[in-house]
Design a protein around this ligand. Structure first.
Ligand SMILES: C[S@@+](CC[C@H](N)C(=O)[O-])C[C@H]1O[C@@H](n2cnc3c(N)ncnc32)[C@H](O)[C@@H]1O
Length: 244
């Protein structure tokens, strides 16, 4: 099955594919991704999205290599997770984490989740903005946007994912009391995010002191971009906003 495609695709400025995807990961994309995929005409429903009833449904936008999404899903089998990612290599990496199949491995006849994973991950392998219209109002308990591309130049500010247009959709699909978590290691993006959320009456920043946003939250799983930031001496901030 091809990755999701749609003629009305909004302009996306990042990379859709990086290095050539080799045999094992290609097979994961072709043979296993369709089992977890959300298609671009599927209307999402809490009762049918996962193969068992889940308590909460969380969405990670731009999950990159998938470590955080897989980690959350593993720790919280009672919840369901939707991951959206445009970058094909990242989608392949997530599949590699949850099946345990790595490049160079002999492929089993039937590809399955590792036994420690429950069937609580669904994947939209395209731009989340295409999926928004399929997500009902008040559907989600948490939304993660972790280390979004900062687009630091002023002339590229309209490419930043956290903007009023996307916040309108995010506030529609997030339940009242639900949390939008944005992490960034970029000073400009931190200020930008706080301003965008401050201007939006549907959200309240939950932090009461520096400890609440300067340190990893308790349920945190490190991501590739965060590790890169740490290596390069940049500290991340973790901003939680409650849907009012
Ligand atoms: C800087 S990377 C961070 C990846 C990951 N969250 C991490 O912390 O390692 C941003 C990711 O967001 C993805 N992305 C950007 N805009 C997106 C969109 N509209 N829908 C889905 N994914 C998106 C990009 O493809 C990229 O993989």
């Amino acid at each position: 099955m091809p990755l999701n495609t749609n003629l009305e695709t909004p302009k996306f400025y990042g990379r859709r594919q990086g290095r050539r995807i080799r045999k094992a990961k290609s097979t994961l994309l072709e043979a296993f991704l369709p089992k977890l995929s959300i298609s671009n005409d599927q209307k999402l429903s809490k009762d049918s999205l996962f193969s068992y009833p889940v308590k909460q449904i969380c969405l990670e936008i731009g999950f990159g290599n998938g470590e955080h999404l897989a980690g959350q899903a593993l720790r919280n089998p009672e919840n369901g997770y939707i991951g959206a990612e445009v970058f094909k290599n990242g989608v392949a990496n997530l599949l590699s984490i949850i099946t345990g199949i790595k490049e160079g491995d002999n492929l089993p006849e039937k590809i399955e989740l590792l036994p420690e994973y429950k069937d609580n991950i669904r994947i939209f392998s395209d731009d989340i903005r295409l999926l928004f219209k399929q997500i009902p109002d008040n559907f989600l308990d948490k939304i993660f946007v972790l280390f979004p591309d900062p687009w630091p130049k002023k002339r590229h500010a309209d490419r930043r994912f956290i903007n009023q247009e996307n916040l309108k959709e995010i506030s529609r699909i997030l339940k009242k009391g639900g949390i939008l978590r944005v992490a960034t290691d970029h000073k400009i993006y931190k200020g930008w995010t706080l301003r965008q959320l401050h201007e939006n009456p549907n959200f309240r920043w939950t932090a009461r002191c520096g400890n609440d946003w300067k340190h990893e939250p308790r349920d945190w799983v490190q991501t590739k971009y965060q590790r890169k930031a740490i290596r390069e001496g940049r500290r991340a901030v973790f901003l939680d906003f409650e849907r009012l």
